[in-house]
Design a protein around this ligand. Structure first.
Ligand SMILES: [Mn+2]
Length: 339
């Protein structure tokens, strides 16, 4: 199935469902909240029964996003009453905050052999970590999950209104650093312009998005830039944070771990947008696993192929991989010691 076919199928499943659960990641960012909020607009309009949550969502932070008040910070007790569960922007099952419930549900279905509810749909622009959803819609080349929600609604011939346009633009601006990063392309700017024509307020979102940065993210930015290597001949810029460095920055809460996962995507996109850079590589070590993110800024360089050499994958312009080992800083760049 191609992207369009998957979107059509997803929209169909959602519209035909009796009770839908919308989930985005723990300690959500603006893209996570606005992706859920965008689809809520449609469900409200069609008088659908639904629940939505993002574990640990903070009160008052996202009130510039329409429908955000309908995104709870707590998970429902059981998944049994839902016939469709849509998971947005999560990157991994762990980040849903209901991993155990989802796995239990999949296990019951597997053992009983009958296609029992719920049907799981995953919509995401992070690297793939696992094959688990009934319908996986993953596009690492998409700047934000909210733009995939836009694609989803378009696939269902839904007429985009002001509220949806604000949701789509909020996620897009948050994940492109307000169009500063290389994931802001002519396509994303064109989509932003369409959202403005539909009534989204650029100023309101800009103000809300830029005031949300915190001290920890500045420290991580600082360390990533300090550790940067640039090879002028190849155009490869690389940086990384070792496990010790990440721990030194006092990142050990669950909330911070999520922040880091998102931040690394943002930093690697930024690095690839620097002058003279063709490819950016950002590495981080977590519990003996090295995660690599690659972004290409050059039409001749396919980073999915590079990631493939390390057992990973993705798209031409954005890809990733995981390796077991230790990350070692050297004068010439980064080394991986395989364990
Ligand atoms: Mn996102």
């Amino acid at each position: 199935m191609n992207y369009q076919e998957k979107l059509k199928l997803a929209y169909d499943k959602i519209i035909k469902a009796n009770n839908i659960l919308l989930v985005s990641h723990i300690s959500p960012d603006a893209d996570a909240v606005s992706s859920v909020a965008g689809l809520i607009e449609v469900l409200k309009e069609k008088n659908k029964k639904f629940s939505a949550f993002s574990l640990g969502k903070k009160e008052g932070v996202y009130n510039f996003i329409p429908n955000e008040e309908l995104v709870s910070s707590e998970a429902p007790k059981s998944l049994n009453q839902f016939d469709v569960v849509v998971i947005f922007d999560c990157g991994s099952l762990a980040r849903t905050g209901i991993e155990m419930k989802i796995r239990a549900s999949l296990e019951i279905r597997r053992q009983s052999g009958i296609k029992k509810f719920p049907y799981f749909i995953e919509i995401d622009h992070h690297e793939k970590t696992e094959d688990w959803a009934d319908l996986e819609i993953r596009r690492q080349d998409k700047a934000s999950t909210s733009t995939m929600v836009y694609d989803l609604l378009k696939a269902g011939d839904y007429q985009i209104n002001k509220n949806v346009s604000e949701c789509v633009l909020s996620g897009l601006m948050a994940d492109t650093g307000c169009f500063l990063y290389s994931n802001a392309t002519s396509k994303t700017v064109a989509l932003a312009s369409e959202m403005l024509n539909q009534g989204a307020s650029f100023n309101k979102i800009l103000r809300a998005t830029t005031k949300n940065s915190n001290l920890l993210s500045l420290k991580i930015w600082g360390r990533a830039i300090e550790n940067l290597h640039f090879n002028q001949e190849t155009g490869l810029v690389s940086s990384g944070l070792t496990e010790i460095e990440i721990k030194e920055l006092e990142t050990s809460s669950e909330e911070n771990e999520n922040l880091i996962a998102d931040l690394f995507g943002i930093i690697v996109s930024f690095l690839s947008s620097l002058k003279g850079v063709k490819v950016a590589l950002l590495l981080r070590e977590e519990d003996g696993i090295i995660k690599g993110s690659l972004r290409s800024n050059n039409s001749e360089i396919d980073v999915a192929k590079i990631a493939g050499q390390f057992g990973g994958g993705g798209h031409k312009k954005a890809a990733g991989f995981s390796l077991t080992g230790k990350l070692i800083k050297t004068d010439k760049g980064w080394k991986v010691r395989r364990s």
